[in-house]
Design a protein around this ligand. Structure first.
Ligand SMILES: [Zn+2]
Length: 243
């Protein structure tokens, strides 16, 4: 869906031919890196949030099932999410591989996905685990300030304005969003750790986890990601690689 045609010229000669999964805390640059990799290989960048919204807007059977649940502000059940993922990766644009951003979230989902990938002849996924010091992450997230006028984003530590508390473009007042306050950020990071630790352990044990240092620049992290993802050569029959 979010495939860039512009990236086609720089696309590697080899196909991705697999699922790549990104695991990383809020502020680790997960979404950015997932998109960069998907564009590089010309494969879809898949998020279950986008899939849900698409089903609802197209009023598919799954969308009709999900809509009232979402309207009540409740979490869409796993069974529905998994059905949606199965349908999505069966589409033609996924045949050369795809990148997941924010899925799977639990070991149960990961097991289901492993079976699904096996059945569809993709073999084992590559899992990119973005690792970053929590103290640095806290600084990145709590240092964010937004201009009340133009919405520009600054960071009091990494991208300060010339005049403290004022936007460089329009002199607007800089504010911290409620979500970026230290206590909120700390509890989000804690929740992430708690939820993700079993998933990290599962994929590490499967031998498919690649730890990537996410404290570096976007470009450097991107290079590490590319090195971690070693695509099969063209011509090798899919489904031949057994786990
Ligand atoms: Zn501004």
């Amino acid at each position: 869906m979010k495939t860039s045609r512009m990236a086609a010229a720089k696309r590697p000669r080899v196909d991705l031919n697999r699922a790549v999964i990104f695991l990383g805390p809020p502020g680790s640059g997960k979404g950015t890196q997932a998109k960069v990799l998907a564009d590089r290989y010309g494969v879809p960048h898949l998020s279950t949030g986008d899939m849900l919204r698409e089903h609802v807007s197209r009023n598919t059977p799954l969308g009709a099932e999900a809509k009232p649940i979402m309207e009540r502000g409740e979490l869409v059940p796993d069974s529905l999410v998994l059905k949606m993922v199965a349908q999505r990766i069966a589409r033609l644009d996924c045949k050369r591989g795809f990148v997941f951003d924010g899925f799977p979230r639990t070991v149960a989902q990961a097991r289901y996905l492993d079976d699904l990938l096996e059945r569809r002849g993709f073999g084992r996924p590559s899992v990119i685990h973005l690792v970053i010091d929590p103290a640095l992450l806290l600084r990145r997230l709590t240092g964010r300030r937004m201009c009340k006028v133009g919405g520009e984003i600054y960071n009091i530590y990494d991208r300060p304005t010339k005049v403290e508390g004022r936007c460089d473009n329009d002199g607007g007042e800089l504010v911290q969003r409620p979500d970026d306050r230290e206590e909120v950020v700390a509890s989000r990071l804690e929740a992430y750790e708690k939820q993700t630790a079993p998933l990290v352990a599962y994929y590490r044990q499967r031998g498919v986890l690649h730890d990537v240092d996410a404290a570096k620049s976007v470009e450097e992290v991107g290079q590490q990601v590319r090195r971690s993802v070693q695509p099969a050569r063209r011509g090798i029959r899919r489904g031949k690689v057994r786990s």
